[in-house]
Design a protein around this ligand. Structure first.
Ligand SMILES: [Zn+2]
Length: 597
C-alpha cells in the first residue's frame, strides 16, 4: 500500500502536460492542450489535457484520468508500477511501507534532490573540463565525433587528478558525494585516516540521463590502454542500471521519427551511431537487458531492434534480451535481432560498409519468432527423438512466461512442426494458460440510488475543488443526510478524503483517492473531466448557495410535517415560527450575496 499522502505529493510535483507530452504530441489551445488520442484511432484531435485539473480527457472515446491513470492505460502498468515510474522520474522515492513517517519521507526526497544536484554540478564541471583537454578532444576526433554530437550527449572529461571535484564542491567531505557515487571513501581500520578520492579520473565522461533529462549517473571511458576500459557509476538511489537505458532521453524524437529503436551494447555505440546518422539508438548500461528495459522501450515505440556484436558475448546478450522480451511482447509489437559479422560492432560496421548497408542490415534483422526457434533448437539434433524432446524442454520456460497471444500461438506452432508434435500437444504438455474470454464484469450494482439535483451539485463542486470541503460544516452534513441519505453517504466519504488532504487538496489527487473506493464516483469524475475550468471563487459561492438550498428544503419539510400534525402543541407553534424566521434569514443571505456579486 502506497500512502495516500505520497500520491498527493507526487501529483503535486508532476505536470500532466510533461507526462502525456512524452507520448502524445500536444498543442496548446486556450487553457488546455490537445492532441491525437492515443487510445483510439482519430485524424483530428479530440484528446485534451488540462494543466489546472491535472487531468486528461478524450471527447472521442471518453478516456480520462490523472498522470498515474495515463501511464497505467498507455503503458499497461499497474497502479503501483505507474506510481513508482512517475516517482522515479521526479526524483521521489516511493516509501516502502506506510509506516514511514512524513518526516522520514521528506528526508528521503530531500536526499534524492541533494544527489541530483551533485550529479548536475559534476556534469557541468566535466563538460567544462573537456574544453581544455587536448588528449580527450583528440580521442573524440579520432573516433569521428563532432563537437555537435559531443554537446548533444553532454560529453565531458574527468581530469587526471585524485580530487579534482574538490574545486566544484565546497564540502568535499559531504556524504552526498559518496552516496552519489562520485567520490570513493577509503578509511583506515580505526577511521583515523580518512581518504577520499574521485571515482572518475582521466576519463571521457558520458552522463547518463533519465527520461526527464536529469543526470543520474556517469559512464567513463579511459583514454589510453588502462583498465577498466569502461567504468560506470555504482547503483545509487538515483541510478539503477536495470532500469535505465543510455541515450533514451536524447533519442526519443528520433525513435518516433524512425519508427523504431535500436538497442546496442554500449554508450560508445550510441554516440557513434548518432554521429553516423542513426540517432534512434540506445544502450543498456553494462548489464543484460531486463524486462523493465523492454517495457520502457515498448512505451516509446512498437518496433525494437536489438543489435549485438558478432562475438560470443554478443550472442549471450542476445539470448538474455530474448528472455526479457517474452513477458513483454504482444501482438502489435515487433522485436528483431540484428547480428553483425564477428569482427564488427555497429560503429565499425557503418565505417566499413556505409550507412546504407547498415540500414539494410537493420531492415533484414531476424524476427523474434525465428531467433526463438533457433535458440531453443540450437544444440539439439532434431533427427532424434531425444533432440526434439530437448528442444521442447528448452522452449518450455520461455513459452510459459508469455501471456496468451497470437504470437505465442505462432511460436508454439513453429515449435510443434520443428519437433514433430502438434500445437495442442505442446500447449497441454507445457500447461500453457489458455486465453480466458475477457468477460467484462458489470460493475457491482450499487444499492444506493445515484445522487440527483442539489446533492449531485454539491458533490460535483467538492470533487472539482476539494479544498472547498473545509467550508462544509457538520450541521450542513446533517441537513444533507436528512434530505437524501444516499447522497450523504457519498458526501461523508468524499469529505473524509478531501479534508484529510488539507489545503492542497486538488481534483487529480482526489480522483486517485476515489479510484480505490469503488465506482460510486466514476460517472461524476467523467463528467467533471469534460467540463471547462471553473473559477474557484465563483464555485465557492455556488456551493454556499447549494448548501443554503439544502438547509431550506430540510426546514421546509420540517414545517410541512409540523403542519400535518395540526400544530397543536405550543412548542410546535414556536418551532414553526422559528423556522419561518430561519427561512427568511436564508432568503436575505441569498439576496445579499446576489447583490454583492
Ligand atoms: Zn480517445
Amino acid at each position: 500500500m502506497i500512502p495516500q499522502s505520497f500520491i498527493q505529493d507526487l501529483l503535486a510535483r508532476v505536470d500532466i502536460v510533461d507526462v502525456v507530452g512524452k507520448y502524445v504530441q500536444l498543442k496548446k489551445g486556450g487553457a488546455n492542450f490537445s492532441g491525437l488520442c492515443p487510445f483510439h484511432n482519430e485524424k483530428s484531435p479530440s484528446f485534451t489535457v488540462s494543466p489546472t485539473k491535472q487531468f486528461y480527457h478524450c471527447f472521442g472515446c471518453g478516456a480520462h484520468g490523472t498522470s498515474i491513470g495515463f501511464l497505467m492505460e498507455y503503458s499497461g502498468l499497474n497502479f503501483v508500477e505507474a506510481v513508482k515510474d512517475l516517482a522515479l522520474n521526479n526524483g521521489m522515492v516511493v516509501p516502502d511501507d506506510d509506516k514511514m513517517l512524513p518526516a522520514q519521507r521528506a528526508e528521503v526526497t530531500a536526499k534524492s534532490l541533494a544527489l541530483s544536484e551533485v550529479m548536475t554540478k559534476a556534469s557541468d564541471y566535466y563538460k567544462q573540463q573537456l574544453r581544455g583537454a587536448e588528449a580527450a578532444i583528440a580521442y573524440l576526433k579520432k573516433r569521428g565525433l563532432s563537437g555537435e554530437i559531443a554537446a548533444r550527449f553532454g560529453l565531458g572529461y574527468a581530469p587526471d587528478a585524485w580530487d579534482s571535484l574538490r574545486t566544484v564542491f565546497a564540502d568535499y567531505s559531504a556524504s552526498a558525494l559518496v552516496e552519489a557515487g562520485m567520490v570513493i571513501d577509503r578509511s583506515d581500520e580505526d577511521g583515523a585516516h580518512r581518504q577520499r578520492y574521485d571515482r572518475f579520473r582521466e576519463r571521457i565522461m558520458f552522463p547518463i540521463r533519465n527520461t526527464k533529462g536529469q543526470v543520474i549517473g556517469f559512464g567513463g571511458r579511459i583514454l589510453d590502454q588502462g583498465e577498466p576500459k569502461y567504468l560506470n557509476s555504482p547503483e545509487t538511489p538515483l541510478y539503477q542500471k536495470g532500469l535505465e537505458l543510455y541515450g533514451l532521453f536524447e533519442a526519443r524524437q528520433a525513435i518516433r521519427d524512425a519508427g523504431y529503436v535500436l538497442v546496442t551494447e554500449g554508450y560508445m555505440d550510441v554516440v557513434a551511431l548518432a554521429q553516423l546518422g542513426f540517432p534512434q539508438a540506445v544502450a543498456t548500461l553494462g548489464t543484460a537487458c531486463t524486462s523493465t528495459h523492454v517495457q520502457k522501450l515498448l512505451r516509446q515505440t512498437d518496433h525494437v531492434i536489438f543489435s549485438f556484436d558478432g562475438d560470443n558475448a554478443g550472442r549471450r546478450a542476445a539470448r538474455r534480451a530474448l528472455d526479457a522480451c517474452l513477458s513483454q511482447v504482444n501482438d502489435n509489437k515487433n522485436i528483431k535481432f540484428l547480428f553483425l559479422p564477428k569482427e564488427h560492432d555497429p560503429d565499425s560496421f557503418v565505417r566499413t560498409y556505409g550507412a546504407e548497408a547498415f540500414a539494410q542490415e537493420v531492415q533484414s534483422a531476424m524476427p523474434l519468432s525465428q531467433f526463438f526457434l533457433k535458440e531453443v533448437s540450437g544444440d539439439s539434433d532434431l533427427n532424434t527423438a531425444e533432440g526434439r524432446a530437448k528442444t521442447q524442454f528448452d522452449a518450455k520456460p520461455l513459452l510459459q512466461q508469455m501471456a496468451p497471444s497470437g504470437l505465442r500461438l505462432q511460436l508454439v506452432r513453429g515449435l510443434a512442426s520443428l519437433t514433430q508434435s502438434t500445437a495442442s500437444e505442446i500447449e497441454a504438455l507445457f500447461e500453457l494458460v489458455q486465453p480466458v474470454a475477457r468477460i467484462k464484469l458489470a460493475p457491482p450494482r450499487s444499492k444506493r440510488s445515484a445522487p440527483v439535483g442539489l446533492e449531485r451539485q454539491v458533490l460535483r463542486i467538492l470533487v472539482t475543488h476539494p479544498s472547498l470541503s473545509m467550508q462544509v460544516t457538520p450541521a450542513m452534513l446533517d441537513d444533507a443526510a436528512k434530505l437524501a441519505p444516499d447522497g450523504a453517504h457519498m458526501l461523508i466519504q468524499l469529505l473524509g478524503l478531501a479534508q484529510g488532504m488539507g489545503e492542497q487538496a486538488n481534483f487529480a489527487a482526489l480522483a486517485e483517492a476515489l479510484r480505490m473506493t469503488g465506482s460510486d464516483f466514476d460517472p461524476l469524475i467523467a463528467e467533471i473531466a469534460e467540463q471547462t475550468e471553473s473559477d474557484i471563487n465563483v464555485v465557492a459561492i455556488e456551493l454556499a448557495g447549494a448548501m443554503r438550498q439544502i438547509r431550506s428544503q430540510v426546514l421546509k419539510s420540517e414545517m410541512e410535517s409540523l403542519a400535518s400534525q395540526g400544530l397543536r402543541l405550543p412548542e410546535d407553534i414556536a418551532r414553526y415560527r422559528e423556522i419561518m424566521q430561519l427561512q427568511d434569514g436564508l432568503r436575505r443571505q441569498a439576496e445579499q450575496e446576489a447583490a454583492g456579486r
